[in-house]
Design a protein around this ligand. Structure first.
Ligand code: ATP
Ligand code: MG
Length: 240
């Protein structure tokens, strides 16, 4: 569903992505972990082309990047993204937030978009908040709204970049549970997270990044129980 081959990226002198080779198969959940500054967010951002790459190739559902114009819009529709900050439009209700992209980009009729939006809000457990504004919701509810908004475009893959890092601890699980449900329903997912419990439970594969490189890649059980490299061992010792 997503494949990166020989991807290189610099920010000036900083070699932020070094020969990245990574595949996410349909229905697979890949969790990316690694120290701060290792390039995890940059990796996510290259996949839906919020960042350009210097060389290498990225494909989403067989479509090669870079793409331009209407192809870019279609690519972005295929790739749903959820960030640490919820990025909802403050002056629109939750329902309007969810309906915006389907009506503007997919040209779904308002009535149909509303029915679909309410179904999604129900699925993430916040249908009762549909007519409220983002500021009236808790952080966990806002992040679940952001997930519903991404899902409204019917993406083929969902990218999550530390979706629970900005949340108060008691709200982390309500968001992780929505993500776990999504994974169980067969969504293809690439998740950057510091939630090791979620990685162990929900990941098909764990990718460990350090200093711009994929250092290790394994099943969660193998990775957490017997990390192969010094770097992974040191990282796990610092977070577990
Ligand atoms: P964190 O866990 O803190 O979110 P990360 O693994 O997501 O870290 P990135 O955000 O991808 O790391 O950043 C990788 C490196 O690239 C960092 O050293 C960062 O300072 C640098 N960097 C990121 N974005 C830019 C940019 N637009 N311009 C210059 N340097 C950048
Ligand atoms: Mg990051």
């Amino acid at each position: 569903m997503v494949s990166l081959a020989g991807v290189e990226k610099h920010f000036g002198a900083l070699h932020v992505l070094q020969n990245i080779n990574l595949k996410v198969m349909p229905r697979e959940v890949v969790v990316v972990i690694g120290p701060s500054g290792s390039g995890k967010s940059t990796l996510c951002r290259t996949i839906n082309r919020l960042e350009t790459i210097d060389s290498g190739e990225i494909k989403v559902d067989g479509n090669r990047l870079p793409v331009e114009g209407s192809h870019l819009a279609r690519l972005r529709a295929d790739v749903g993204m959820v960030f640490q900050s919820f990025n909802l439009f403050d002056h629109k209700t939750i329902l309007e937030n969810i309906m915006l992209a389907p009506t503007k980009v997919r040209r779904t009729l308002r009535k149909q978009a509303e029915v679909e939006a309410m179904e999604l809000l129900d699925r993430v457990g916040i249908a009762a908040q549909a007519h409220k504004f983002p500021a009236e919701l808790s952080g966990g509810q806002q992040q679940r709204a952001a997930i519903a908004r991404a899902l409204a475009m019917r993406p083929k893959v969902m990218l999550f970049d530390e979706p629970t890092s900005a949340l108060d601890p008691e709200m982390v699980n309500e968001v992780l549970n929505v993500m776990t449900d999504l994974a169980a329903e067969g969504m293809t997912m690439l998740v950057v997270t510091h939630e090791m419990g979620f990685a162990r439970r929900a990941a098909d594969r764990v990718v460990f990044m350090d200093r711009g490189q994929i250092v290790e890649e394994n099943t969660p059980a193998a990775f957490f129980d017997s990390p192969q490299t010094d770097r992974a061992q040191a990282f796990l010792a610092s977070v577990l």
